[in-house]
Structures are given as structure tokens and as C-alpha cells.
Design a protein around this ligand. Structure first.
Ligand code: NCD
Length: 323
């Protein structure tokens, strides 16, 4: 894999390879003494497995540069931790204090970073498609990983969500997965849809009218018109954060009333989809997409499991890209 720009460009086999590798990293990273995994071998077997996995990788000579032009906690920190676990060198690039603020172009900045020894760029940016565009402009052999570009794509989020679902369900084939909330501004929704469709899930969307994309017909999913019907008997409910930073004035006004109708509570979940797995890419707006009480309940725990899997998926991706 040269770059990771968009889930749409990955084959099912490539997705499986990433998830298998991530699962290996997870097994090797976790300490059975803390009861984090159900590992049946002894401690020494576990240590040997870890050693084999870490020795096998060729990341020690790699340098990754994390370029985050939008705020992030989960994605950025998990990339940092992943790179660190792989023994890579990592640069946490600060756009504000860099020469970009003197007018240097992103392409020139990247060329210079390459000449310093950087070989992997992890890019988060507010502009749609920028990772694709810049990866074509730069002719030097840098590997690009899209860590979220505007409202377009967030491939590593979809991969970590898929890993979490496989752990819980074994397969997503023919599972009813309902994606709910601010669909129109969500890169997470688009990348998850692409991946879940590839893997044979039944993807449903529900969004209030003001968060329904104008081109909804281009989304290969079932569009629901009622929240409670949408979530009924779902295997998975994936809530999306309201993207307050991307809303226009009218959308912001409408969004103020979102929670009155669409906040998921424990009671609502118990009534319509008691067995559903609850997911959210984070950060959760407590009391908006879901109640605080639901988030803190055992049902909300999956959201932290998603975050943990993010580390291992990003290890697999950092290791896998070759510029
Ligand atoms: C998502 C993002 O930034 O696209 N968050 C994340 O990466 N965990 C979703 C969001 O911010 O709503």
C-alpha cells in the first residue's frame, strides 16, 4: 500500500490484511496480567509473541510527520502512540509556528521534510480531497495517510470501527448498521459506508432534514425517515457528532433543537434496540447525540474500545504504507 487516502481504493483483502495485523499488534501489546485480553497462553509465550511481532517490522528507520491543521485528540494521540510503539521517529508538526505562516506552500514544506528524512505524512486538514491532491503534487516518495480531510473521508476511523465490530459480531455481513445524526457534514459516515458496503452490511441512515445531504441518492444506503423506526432492531447504532464547526447559520439554529428529538437515552435504546452495539467516533456531545448517563453506562464502553483499537489500526497502517 503506497498511501491510505480513501477506503474506496482498498480491496476487501487489503482491509482484511490491515485488520489482521492490527489484531496481532493488539494481542502483542496488551498485558494479560491486567486482564485486558482473554489470552490463554503463559506470560512467557505472550512476551515471545510480542517480540516476534516487533522484530518483524521495519519501522525503526522510518520518520512520520503528523500534520494536523484541524483539532484532534483521539486520531492524533493514537497516531503518536502507534508510531512510538513501532519504534518510529515522530514529528508533531505545528502549522502555526512553521514557515507555512511565512507563505511557504504545503508542497515545498513536504519536499523539505522529505530531505530531512521524513517518509510518512499523516495529514488532517479542513479541505476535502487535499490528501489526494497533495500526494499527486509531491513527486518525492513520501507515503500519505489521510487522517480526515474536510467532509470527505476518514479511512482510519472506518478501519478501527470495523475492527471493533468484528470483535463484537464476528462479521458485519447482513447486519443492520444504522448511522445517525449529522450525516451531511460527516467524513466518518462516508468512510464507514464505503467500508461496510464492501463487507456486505446493510447500512441505514437517519438524519433530520437539516442534516440530510442534498445528494443523498448518491449514498448507497437505506434512508430512514423516523429515528425510532431506524434504530429498531439494529445490530449497531453509530451516532455521529454534530459538526458545529462546519454548520452555517441556519443549520446551527436547527441543531440547537437536535437533542429534543434525537438524543439517545438508555430508555430509548432499551425500548427499540436493546441488543444494539453503540458506537460514536468521538468526541461525544453529552446530552446531544446521547445522554450522559448512557455514555457512562456499560453500553457506552464500546466507544472507548473503538478508541483503543485506533492505536492498533494506526500501527498497521503506519507499518503498511510505503511511499
Ligand atoms: C471524527 C473526526 O474528526 O472526523 N473524530 C475522530 O476522528 N475521532 C469525528 C468528529 O469529530 O465528529
Amino acid at each position: 500500500m503506497k498511501n491510505l487516502i480513501d477506503i474506496k481504493r482498498l480491496t476487501k483483502e487489503e482491509i482484511d490484511t490491515i485488520i489482521t495485523r492490527a489484531a496481532e499488534f493488539k494481542t502483542a501489546s496488551q498485558d494479560p496480567a491486567r486482564g485486558e485480553i482473554n489470552y490463554t497462553g503463559g506470560i512467557s509465550d505472550f512476551a515471545r509473541l510480542g517480540e516476534r511481532l516487533y522484530r518483524a517490522n521495519s519501522c525503526a528507520n522510518k520518520t512520520a510527520c503528523l500534520m494536523f491543521f484541524e483539532n484532534s485528540t483521539r486520531t492524533k494521540c493514537s497516531f503518536l502512540i502507534a508510531a512510538d510503539k513501532l519504534g518510529m521517529n515522530v514529528i508533531d508538526f505545528n502549522a502555526q509556528t512553521s514557515s507555512l505562516s511565512k507563505g511557504e506552500t504545503l508542497k515545498d514544506t513536504l519536499d523539505n521534510l522529505y530531505y530531512m528524512g521524513v517518509n510518512t505524512i499523516v495529514l488532517r486538514h479542513g479541505e476535502d480531497d487535499i490528501t489526494d491532491k497533495i500526494s499527486k503534487e509531491v513527486t518525492l516518495p513520501l507515503a500519505f495517510i489521510n487522517a480526515g480531510d474536510g467532509q470527505n473521508a476518514h479511512p482510519t476511523q472506518a478501519l478501527l470501527d470495523y475492527m471493533t465490530l468484528l470483535e463484537k459480531l464476528g462479521t458485519v455481513e447482513r447486519k443492520k448498521i444504522v448511522i445517525v445524526g449529522d450525516v451531511s457534514h460527516s467524513r466518518v459516515a462516508k468512510s464507514n459506508l464505503a467500508l461496510l458496503n464492501k463487507m456486505g452490511a446493510d447500512v441505514h441512515f437517519f438524519a433530520p432534514e437539516y442534516f440530510t445531504p442534498k445528494n443523498k441518492g448518491e449514498y448507497a444506503a437505506i434512508w430512514e425517515t423516523d429515528y425510532d423506526t431506524a434504530i429498531s432492531d439494529a445490530d449497531v447504532i453509530m451516532l455521529l457528532r454534530i459538526q458545529t464547526e462546519r454548520l452555517n447559520g441556519e443549520e446551527s439554529e436547527m441543531a440547537k433543537h437536535y437533542s429534543e428529538k434525537y438524543c439517545l437515552t438508555s430508555e430509548r435504546l432499551a425500548k427499540y434496540a436493546p441488543d444494539a452495539i453503540l458506537m460514536h467516533p468521538g468526541p461525544v456531545n453529552r446530552g446531544v447525540e446521547m445522554s450522559s448517563e448512557l455514555l457512562d453506562s456499560p453500553k457506552g464502553r464500546t466507544i472507548l474500545e473503538q478508541v483503543r483499537n485506533g492505536v492498533y489500526v494506526r500501527m498497521a497502517v503506519l507499518e503498511g504504507v510505503k511511499g
